[in-house]
Design a protein around this ligand. Structure first.
Ligand code: CDP
Length: 241
């Protein structure tokens, strides 16, 4: 969120640098079951983002101090590969990856029936192979598909997308230049069927009217991405859902 007003990212006809109009999302491709040794897995290619998620468990939670007597815990680890951006990312956990892992776990705990697995943990690994803004969203989306692929009982699937503001215009699904030089970023995670909001962060300033437009763009992206998730799961299960 640089907020550099002099970087022109949308032209007078409302066309963005990557050719999209304000309300377009980037192309989304999802494959499930891509890591045979995992209990569930998925890859999400969202624009130039490439994110892989793997799920292991439920298994006994270790160390015991992390156990919850009445439910499973989601042990989520979001990581950007060192080669995922032009500046090499230092390997290992940092403040940003801890924050994203935490909000991802909280979003997913809203839909996973954790009470079915007391004292257990479900390990969710999210690895960003290529990053081009919105990786936390692609990660949550990939993890949802991977959990479903693992057969973990869930009430719904979470889809996440980040709209925002560039050059004073609210646009859907920010790309990297828009995220870096734009004025605001609103990532949201929404349950596909219930429409319930399970994750929201906001960086920068939006007026109430602009917030509403960004909200509507994020909500509008949920159904089409949900379709792509379902198709991926059907392919991975040999045609059965
Ligand atoms: O990826 P997301 O939009 O969820 O998170 P961000 O912190 O807003 O980062 C936006 C983008 O900046 C990332 O997707 C990467 O392309 C880039 N970035 C980077 O190059 N190096 C970092 N250490 C963090 C982010």
């Amino acid at each position: 969120m640089g907020g550099y007003g002099d970087v022109q990212m949308i032209d007078e006809n409302g066309i963005r640098m990557d050719g999209r109009t304000a309300g377009d999302i980037r192309p989304v491709l999802i494959n499930a079951g891509i890591i045979p040794v995992a209990d569930g897995s998925a890859e999400v290619i969202w624009g130039n983002n490439h994110v892989v998620a793997a799920v292991y468990g439920p298994m006994e939670a270790h160390p015991r101090k992390i156990q919850k007597q009445d439910r499973a815990v989601l042990d989520v680890r979001y990581n950007m590969a060192p080669f995922s951006t032009t500046d090499r990312i230092r390997p290992g956990f940092n403040r940003r990856s801890r924050e994203i892992s935490k909000v991802t776990a909280e979003a997913l705990e809203s839909v996973v029936l954790t009470e079915l697995y007391p004292r257990s943990k479900i390990r969710v690994e999210i690895e960003v192979l290529t990053a081009e803004a919105g990786t936390r969203c692609a990660g949550i989306t990939a993890a949802s598909v991977a959990l479903a692929d693992a057969g973990i009982p869930m009430t719904d699937m979470v889809i996440s997308v980040a709209s925002g503001k560039i050059n004073g215009v609210v646009v859907c699904d920010l790309n990297k230049e828009e995220d870096n030089y734009g004025e605001a970023d609103l990532p949201m995670g929404v349950c596909a069927n219930s429409g319930e909001l399970v994750f929201l962060q906001m960086d920068g300033d939006l007026s109430p009217e602009e917030f509403q437009v960004a909200w509507d763009y994020n909500m509008g992206a949920i159904a089409p991405v949900h379709e792509i998730m379902i198709e991926a799961l059907k392919r991975s299960n040999g045609g059965d859902e």
